[in-house]
Design a protein around this ligand. Structure first.
Ligand SMILES: *[C@@H]1O[C@H](CO)[C@@H](O)[C@H](O)[C@H]1NC(C)=O
Length: 295
C-alpha cells in the first residue's frame, strides 16, 4: 500500500534533473523540492528519535491513551514516505539529513512540539507553492500539504485538546521565515548538501504569554540603526496585522486567534523577506469553541 503510493507520487513528480526551470531569485523546482526535503528530513528525524526515546509506558505515564503513540508512529511513517519520494524525485541532487536538537524531554513536550512542527510544515508548503512551475509537482506538494494539515489538526485537537484550526485560512510562510524556524533545530548538515537560497533571521520574543489586546515586550537583536522605526507584523490567515514598536513594546492585535507568526519589519504595512529584521516567533493563542480566548 505504502510502496504503491510512493511510486505513484514519484512518477507524478518525474525526474527533476531533466528540466531545470530557473526562476527569478534562483528558485527552480529542484530547489523548492530540496527545501521541502530539508523540512521532511527534520520531521522524519523528530518522530523516529522521539518514538525511540518514549515507549508505550512513557506515553501512558504522561496520560495518553495507548493509540496516541501508535498514531504518532503512523505520522512518522508518513514523514519517512515524504522523504523517500522527494529523495527519489531529486535523485543525486537530493539533500541529505542533518543532525538536530529538538526541545522536548517527555511525551507531553514532544506532542506540543509536534503541533508546532506540523503547523510550520503546512505554512511552508502553502507559502512555497507559488515557486513551483511544474503542475505535477504542484499536485504532489498539495497532496503532502493536505496530509500535514491532517497531522496538525489531529495533534492540536485530539492529542493536545485545543482547536484543530486557527480560522478560515492558514498562514503562508516565506522561504526565509520557514528556514529561520527550522534552522533553530538544526545542529549541522553534511557539507555536500546543496546550498539553498535562504537565510535565517535573528530570533524575536514577544514575552511569555502575549495576550491579544495587551501590550507585549519585543526582544530581539537589532541589526538596524537605532533611529529606524520598526513594526511588529502578525501573520494570521492571509493577513498581516501591523503594530508599531515603541520603547521595546507593541500592542498584540485583539483579533488574533490560533497559531500566529510574528516578525519585526522595517515596513509599516508589510513584512517580506526583504523587510524582516527578526523572527518569526510562533505565538499560540488558545480559543474555545465560541471563539473566545482561553485564560
Ligand atoms: C512599505 O512597502 C510598501 C510596498 O512595497 C511601500 O510602498 C512603502 O513605501 C514601504 N514603507 C516603508 C516605510 O518602507
Amino acid at each position: 500500500m505504502r510502496t504503491s503510493f510512493i511510486t505513484l507520487v514519484v512518477a507524478a513528480i518525474g525526474a527533476v534533473n531533466a528540466h531545470p526551470l530557473k526562476r527569478d531569485g534562483g528558485v527552480d523546482d529542484a530547489t523548492v523540492l530540496n527545501f521541502a526535503l530539508t523540512l521532511e528530513h527534520l520531521e522524519n528525524a523528530f518522530y523516529s528519535q522521539a518514538l525511540a526515546k518514549y515507549d508505550a509506558a512513557a506515553f501512558e505515564k504522561a496520560g495518553f491513551r495507548s493509540w496516541v503513540r501508535e498514531r504518532f508512529q503512523q505520522v512518522g511513517e508518513h514523514e519517512a514516505a515524504h522523504v523517500q519520494f522527494l529523495s527519489g524525485a531529486l535523485g543525486d541532487k537530493a539533500t541529505q539529513p542533518c543532525t538536530y536538537d529538538f526541545p522536548h524531554d517527555d511525551p507531553k513536550s514532544f506532542a506540543a512540539f509536534s503541533q508546532i512542527l506540523e503547523g510550520v510544515g503546512v505554512s511552508a508548503y502553502t507559502g512555497a507553492a507559488q515557486y513551483i512551475t511544474d503542475k505535477s509537482y504542484l499536485t504532489a506538494a498539495a497532496s503532502v500539504l493536505a496530509t500535514e494539515a491532517r497531522h496538525a489538526s489531529w495533534v492540536a485537537s485530539t492529542v493536545n485538546g485545543g482547536s484543530g484550526w486557527s480560522g478560515a485560512l492558514d498562514v503562508p510562510l516565506t522561504l526565509d521565515t520557514v528556514y529561520t524556524l527550522a534552522a533553530s533545530f538544526i545542529k549541522s548538515c553534511p557539507s555536500t548538501n546543496p546550498a539553498l537560497p535562504v537565510k535565517a533571521f535573528p530570533a524575536v520574543s514577544f514575552g511569555d504569554h502575549p495576550k491579544p489586546g495587551s501590550m507585549a515586550s519585543v526582544t530581539f537583536t537589532a541589526t538596524t540603526d537605532a533611529s529606524t522605526q520598526l513594526y511588529a507584523v502578525f501573520f494570521t490567515g492571509l493577513s498581516q496585522l501591523v503594530s508599531p514598536i515603541h520603547d521595546g513594546k507593541t500592542m498584540i492585535p485583539a483579533e488574533l486567534r490560533g497559531t500566529v507568526y510574528a516578525v519585526v519589519s522595517t515596513n509599516d504595512t508589510i513584512a517580506t523577506d526583504g523587510t524582516i529584521v527578526a523572527g518569526p516567533a510562533i505565538i499560540n493563542i488558545d480559543f474555545n469553541a465560541e471563539g473566545n480566548l482561553i485564560n
